[in-house]
Design a protein around this ligand. Structure first.
Ligand code: ADP
Ligand code: MG
Length: 337
């Protein structure tokens, strides 16, 4: 059997079954945005690792090494944010062809340093290895969270509302424009925003901490693979279903304008991925508190759907409440083209 038959998620599921942890200090092993282990009486340690591979996750045709460094840190920060945690320490592994210039490495680490410092994170180690061909950057981020603040993917209940911070689809639109138009001059400021969202996403660490402190989220994940794909992870871990109203999904102005000429590209919002927004569920009673938090943080927090029984599955509904058939739910390694 080839791993493309299983896909990324099928493969992880098999690993999770083989390594179902029973260590007394492990609260959550494989299956969430970060592992959760007991650090001391009042705190959990969070650990997450991510990898960016040239020509899979990024292209040097449109990403500078500086932005690559920033993004490598951002995507791991986002996983700590999704647990409600505070990031603390970082290890970076670089796998580089011998012909890589020293300037490239210097700029990569300038990006890593700046983004890490912005979030109070200290680089404490890593690994350096040669690669036959492509550039690979791997980041391992540690973080911590008070025990009573941690938010898992598991915990959503039928009747909970589904919320997202910010908007989705900008990064996927940005990637499409980078791929189609390359470095040609784009003047539309909203399209430029989308292009920037793709190469330099901003993780919602401050927002994740606030959501955790307020204790209204029953589950949370960051949107890295795609809105529907990541919602499916919450549904699976919480053993529930979910319905989302397509028209309620907040999308950035650039994508709104783009959709006027390319309506089929609504899939960029539903399955585009790499927005690094937070997707969370909360009891219906918490609506006013969530509205107040949105004002306090000065970012949109939008209700996009509702948790339903598992039998109903995960669906997206159009304006007439008809099930929207998705051509793509999100990115999955080995399966996605
Ligand atoms: P995210 O998109 O939030 O980074 P992933 O989909 O990469 O999460 O991973 C989901 C879960 O599977 C995490 O708990 C991660 O640690 C675990 N995981 C992924 N790949 C492996 C692997 N090769 N070995 C062990 N655990 C893995
Ligand atoms: Mg994640």
């Amino acid at each position: 059997m080839e791993i493309k038959e299983l896909g990324e998620f099928g493969l992880i599921k098999r690993l999770a079954e083989q390594f179902s942890t029973s260590h007394p200090r492990v609260i959550k092993g494989i299956g969430d945005d970060a592992s959760v282990t007991i650090q001391d009486d009042s705190t959990y340690l969070l650990c997450t690792t991510d990898t960016l591979v040239e020509d899979i996750h990024f292209s040097l045709k449109y990403t500078s090494s500086y932005n690559l460094g920033r993004k490598a840190v951002s995507i791991s920060l986002s996983d700590i944010a999704a647990m409600g945690g505070t990031p603390t320490f970082l290890l970076t592994s670089i796998i580089l062809p011998p012909t890589t210039s020293l300037d490239f490495v210097n700029l990569l680490y300038k990006g890593i340093k700046e983004r890490a410092e912005e979030f109070g994170v200290t680089l404490i180690g890593g690994n350096t290895t040669s690669s036959p061909d492509k550039i690979i950057i791997s980041t391992t981020m540690l973080g911590e969270v008070p025990k009573n603040h941690v938010i898992l993917r598991k915990g959503a209940s039928v009747g909970d509302n589904i919320y997202i911070t910010g908007s989705v689809g900008g990064s996927a639109l940005g990637m499409k424009i980078w791929k189609e138009k390359g470095n040609s001059i784009i003047t539309d400021p909203f399209l430029k925003d989308a292009m920037l969202a793709h190469i330099d996403p901003c993780p919602r660490v401050r927002e994740g901490r606030k959501i955790a402190e307020k204790k209204f989220a029953t589950s949370m994940i960051d949107i890295s693979d795609g809105l529907i794909s990541d919602l499916r992870h919450i549904a699976e871990q919480s053993i529930v279903g979910a319905k989302v109203w397509a028209k309620k999904i907040p999308i950035p102005t650039g994508l709104k304008r783009w959709l006027l000429d390319h309506p089929q590209d609504i899939t960029l919002a539903l399955g585009g991925g790499e927005d690094y927004e937070l997707l969370f569920t909360a009891s219906k009673k918490k609506g006013n508190e969530i509205g107040a938090l949105s004002k306090e943080l000065d970012i949109p927090i939008t209700q996009i759907g509702e948790i339903v029984p598992k039998e109903n599955g995960v669906t997206v509904l159009d304006e007439k409440d008809k099930v929207f058939h998705l051509t793509s739910e999100g990115f999955e390694h080995f399966k996605s083209s």
